[in-house]
Design a protein around this ligand. Structure first.
Ligand SMILES: [Zn+2]
Length: 250
């Protein structure tokens, strides 16, 4: 690992993270993610470029709008920071190449889907559609550079069908948005890792669901979105999938 590339990956990740914040905030409201430019949600003043440096601007401004002093939610710099860290992990795990770009795209889209699902319990076709198209674009690239693509097609189809069957059998618990999220994971992770991801998602979902019920935060009838569990499971799979399978199989 080259430390300079690592730093570059982190900075790039925080910049993308700042854009993901915009997507997470605006897509559920049906607003454009490009227009209008970033502004304070309280006083509506346009935010100057020098106040839009990821993470750093938040610290310099001590978490408040430069003009009206309204508090900026901590989740903005935190998400920028986490995206930066994830990009460094991707670089450490996959080096420089097509996989680096592929997983940066995958993780970014999954962050947006997971965060929106977590906050609103809704999944938007705008985000899942982007994920599915991105997955197909990478398959086309893989095909042209001579890499195998069958596993990704099988992964996408089987994950989507699997969740769809659960919905049809249980008539609830999961939504069609989960089918789309699983399909994206399959297209990006391939068959073997998608199976691992689904397995992890159910375990994480069961454990967290049980903890929430035991703590009295949710009752058994409450709806807990499954999307965020798929997202967490897919991140574990990207970074630890190979180790988990090696450990499990040998
Ligand atoms: Zn303001």
């Amino acid at each position: 690992m080259d430390i300079y590339y690592g730093i570059l990956a982190f900075i790039f990740g925080t910049i993308i993270g700042s854009f993901l914040n915009v997507c997470i905030y605006r897509i559920p409201k049906g607003e454009s993610i490009l227009h209008p430019p970033s502004h304070c949600m309280n006083c509506n003043k346009k935010i100057k470029a020098y106040d839009m440096i990821p993470v750093i601007s938040y610290i310099i401004l001590r978490g408040r709008c430069r003009y009206c002093g309204k508090k900026i939610h901590l989740r903005y710099p935190v998400l920028e920071f986490i995206t930066g860290l994830l990009y460094v992990l991707i670089y450490i795990n996959f080096g420089v190449g097509i996989e680096l770009i592929k997983y940066m795209v995958f993780i970014s889209i999954m962050i947006v889907i997971g965060m929106i699902d977590f906050h609103t319990t809704d999944v938007y076709l705008k985000t899942t559609g982007t994920g599915i198209i991105a997955g197909i674009i990478f398959l086309v690239i893989y095909f042209y550079i001579g890499l195998p693509i069958k596993t990704y097609v099988y992964g996408g189809v089987s994950a989507g069908v699997f969740i769809a069957l659960i919905i049809l059998i249980t008539k609830g618990g999961m939504g069609w948005g989960d089918v789309e999220i699983a399909l994206i994971c399959g297209l990006f992770l391939g068959f073997k890792y998608t199976m691992l991801m689904l397995f992890l998602a159910f375990i994480i979902g069961a454990v967290i669901g049980l903890v929430l019920i035991l703590l009295g935060k949710k009752s058994r009838k409450d709806y807990i979105p499954f999307g965020p569990f798929i997202v967490i499971a897919s991140f574990i799979t990207v970074f630890l999938g190979q180790s988990i399978l090696n450990w499990y199989l040998f």
